[in-house]
Design a protein around this ligand. Structure first.
Ligand code: IMP
Length: 193
């Protein structure tokens, strides 16, 4: 059974195709001919994941899923959250975003934060949602050069290394995205399609 992934991100697609096995087959919206970008006007991760899945489901009428992730910082009332990619402005770099976070947290004692991923699945017309969370804290410097986004300033709970100091395999064992994807896989495994 084909599941369309409503995203243009090739890295995510490859990872999902490796993890999601027959009878399911993950196909990208690109392979089906949609070359555009999907707007993300939602104000929560849940809304944006649903908006993206609905958009592609309406276009192709086949089972579809979409994800949305963000970093939620307690001392910033949950920001950047759904605005994580563009926290420092449209077309900003990862570095611009990290600088903005460190500046806003300067002198603050509460460094608690979490990465959260929401996956919205529309399976034969039925809606399901899966969440993955990794708690941790924001440090006041950059450490490590692997990964992307806020990885150099985030240390997951129970660890000493930032996400950017971990190998991809190490990060994938504990990451928010990996947890949400695992919940999706468990659900698909139990479904009788
Ligand atoms: P997306 O929904 O997966 O595209 O994530 C949106 C934004 O959240 C990214 O552009 C990053 O700024 C941030 N983000 C999501 N996941 C991670 C992660 O694993 N490490 C660092 N930043 C992340």
């Amino acid at each position: 059974m084909k599941l369309i992934f409503a995203s243009g991100n090739k890295h995510k697609l490859e990872e999902l195709q490796a993890k999601i096995t027959p009878p399911f087959e993950v196909v990208s919206m690109r392979a089906l001919g949609f070359k555009g970008e999907i707007a993300e006007p939602g104000v929560t991760l849940e809304e944006n994941a649903k908006i993206k899945a609905d958009f592609i489901y309406d276009m192709f009428g086949q089972s579809t899923f979409a994800d949305d992730s963000g970093l939620e910082i307690d001392a910033l009332d949950g920001r950047p959250g759904v605005y994580s990619a563009r926290f420092a402005g449209e077309n900003c770099s990862f570095d611009d975003n990290n600088k903005k976070v460190l500046k806003l947290l300067k002198g603050k004692a509460n460094r608690k934060a979490r990465f959260r991923t929401v996956i919205h699945l529309i399976l034969i017309g039925e809606h399901h949602s899966f969440e993955g969370v990794v708690n941790g804290q924001i440090i006041d410097e950059y450490r490590g050069s692997d990964g992307f986004g806020y990885d150099p300033i985030f240390i997951p709970e129970g660890h000493e290394k930032t996400f950017a100091e971990m190998s991809l395999a190490e990060k994938n064992e504990i990451s928010h995205r990996a947890k949400a994807v695992q919940k999706l896989i468990d659900f698909l495994g139990k479904s009788d399609v």
